[in-house]
Write a protein that binds this ligand. Structure first.
Ligand code: CP
Length: 308
């Protein structure tokens, strides 16, 4: 198994081999954390978190992961305004400089493709923590970890992806991972203007994944094992009018949650706005807060894999 130097895209995972290694490692991290016996494998190492876009979960969980494993953190939580990019410094130069101070970099950027540029310039592991409407690979790895934990397997599941499939980078990263498992069926449910880009539907076809595209939420309610809801990504829209037209296209309320299969789960990368009513939180199928916690352990597993 060739070792990955950077994590830029879930398309770097050719099969489930490395994925399963990371999932097992994340499970061990979780068990060790509960016993307060986490390995201190990051002692003496520094992670730089370079965030050009806002974040709560991703940045904090990377920083918590690094610190719980004995490492330390340098953080630029608002790099778009507080770093020398405001003076016109290129991503490449910034990465070269941070290479001198940190042993790994987790970077979130507003431009799709920025993580690839950064990784090409980086001598230390570069982790894509979200690049515009492109990808969010560590979120997707955490999502697979959540599905496996909640449902015991990924093979053969019916997964409904709902909402903003055009700009939803978590979806763009999750689909290639789902495609690595046998007999997964995908429903792509979105308003016509927020459909999954054609390059991704073509990829699903090439990978032999069975999928349907529809704007009808009802299609998924009775079938789905996983209802994966996404936020409509306001920050990617050209105008507020356009956003207002589609922002409430789907709302998962208590009645919808109750109508799902008994063993179904509801996922969301968060933050959520109106697309999942707060009343759903009390439903045992609501897995999204557990999902956010799980991402801590997959990020520990990733740091351990890249730097351990
Ligand atoms: N899921 C996720 O990426 O959340 P943040 O934007 O808060 O990091």
């Amino acid at each position: 198994m060739e070792k990955l130097r950077h994590i830029v895209s879930t398309r770097q995972f050719a099969d489930t081999q490395l994925l399963e290694v990371l999932l097992d490692s994340a499970a061990k991290m979780e068990a060790a954390d509960k016993l307060r016996e986490l390995p201190q494998s990051m002692r003496g190492l520094i992670l730089a978190t370079l965030f050009y876009e806002p974040s709560t979960r991703t940045r904090f969980s990377f920083e918590a992961a690094m610190q719980k494993l004995g490492g330390s953190v340098l953080t630029a939580e608002n790099a778009r305004e507080s770093s020398s990019s405001t003076k016109g410094e290129s991503i490449t130069d910034t990465i070269r400089i941070v290479n001198g101070y940190a042993d790994a970099i987790a970077m979130r950027h507003y431009q799709e493709g920025a993580a690839k540029i950064a990784a090409e310039a980086s001598l230390v592991p570069l982790i894509n923590a979200g690049d515009g409407a492109g990808e969010h690979p560590t979120q997707a790895l955490g999502d697979i970890f959540t599905i496996r934990k909640e449902l015991g397997k990924v093979e053969g599941l019916k997964v409904a992806l709902i909402g903003d499939l055009l700009y939803g980078r978590t979806i763009h990263s999750l689909l290639p991972l789902l495609s690595l498992y046998k007999d997964v069926e995908v429903s792509l449910i979105s308003p016509p203007s927020l459909r999954l880009p054609e390059k991704y539907t073509r990829e699903l076809t090439e990978r032999g994944v069975s999928f349907v595209e529809t704007d009808r939420l009802a299609w998924a309610i009775e079938r789905a094992d996983v209802l994966y809801v996404t936020r409509v990504q306001r920050e990617r829209f050209a105008s507020d009018e356009e956003y207002e037209r589609v922002k409430d296209a789907y709302v998962i309320d208590a009645a919808i949650a109750d109508a799902l299969k008994k063993k179904a789960i509801i996922m969301h990368a968060l933050p959520r706005l109106g697309e999942i009513s707060p009343e759903v939180d009390a439903n045992y199928r609501a897995a999204y807060f557990r999902q956010a916690k799980n991402a801590l352990y997959i990020r520990m597993a990733l740091l351990d894999y890249l730097l351990g």
